[in-house]
Design a protein around this ligand. Structure first.
Ligand code: SAM
Length: 220
């Protein structure tokens, strides 16, 4: 029997299971309970390192769906204020442990990225490494609006997501058209760049096909 059987919202801190959780039959948290999740490579994603080297992370940074925090911790080590938000309590506990070990001050917060307004915070830069591609077509507009609710015009958003264009595809490959539709002008976001990239995993040496999308908050 799946961990979701017979639950409505009780095991999810008042939120509904995401489409990914309904599909997999497990809460996201389960991915972190028995050793590293496949995406948990023990360091930042190379694409995130390149964004940092280009000076992309400024002001207060939100890492939406931060997992066990390797990207957030890497950004914090550059002297940037970072808040990591995730629904997986086990991942957040791992992140807090690593932050303590490394002497870094990342704030790890349990929260729903589809309802970020509840944080009552504003961010200058947002990183999404691996969350957007797990959203189905009903969740995408809600998530994009949620990101808008915690940013003001001038903010930047970096999305690293599985792509359907390239070799070795991830489990939820997203087309360029779907990325463009999700951040259409009416959403208050404008895509500045979509580049081919890779998401590295614990079991694929060269990673899988990804988009690195640079998006600007323009209004609305
Ligand atoms: C593929 S993992 C990537 C984790 C991390 N960004 C990394 O690169 O290691 C996706 C993460 O998004 C989180 N997540 C999924 N849906 C979420 C939601 N609605 N709100 C907050 N976090 C969510 C999951 O718990 C998981 O940690």
């Amino acid at each position: 029997m799946s961990e979701l059987s017979g639950t409505s919202t009780g095991s999810f801190g008042g939120r509904s299971p995401t489409s990914h959780e309904r599909m997999s039959g497990q809460p996201w948290d389960a991915s972190y309970r028995d050793g590293p999740a496949p995406w948990d490579i023990g360091g930042p994603q190379p694409a995130v390192v390149r964004v940092a080297q280009a000076g992309g992370f400024t002001g207060t940074v939100l890492d939406a769906g931060c997992g066990s925090g390797e990207n957030a911790l890497f950004i914090a080590a550059l002297g940037v204020d970072v808040v990591g938000v995730d629904v997986a309590a086990t991942a957040l506990a791992l992140g807090r442990e690593k932050a303590a070990e490394r002497g870094l001050g990342v704030e790890f917060v349990e929260g729903d990225a589809f309802d970020l307004g509840r944080l009552g915070r504003r961010f200058d830069t947002v990183l999404d490494c691996g969350l957007f591609h797990s959203c189905d077509q009903d969740e995408r507009p809600r998530y994009v609006a949620s990101l808008a609710s915690v940013t003001a015009p001038g903010a930047s958003l970096y999305v690293l997501c599985f792509s359907d264009d390239g070799t070795e595809l991830g489990p939820h490959p997203v087309s360029r058209d779907k990325v463009e539709a999700a951040f259409a002008p009416a959403t208050g976001w404008a895509i500045a760049d979509i580049g081919r990239d890779r998401i590295h995993t614990t079991f694929q040496e060269n990673g899988v096909a990804a988009w690195l999308v640079t998006i600007l908050r323009v209004g609305g």
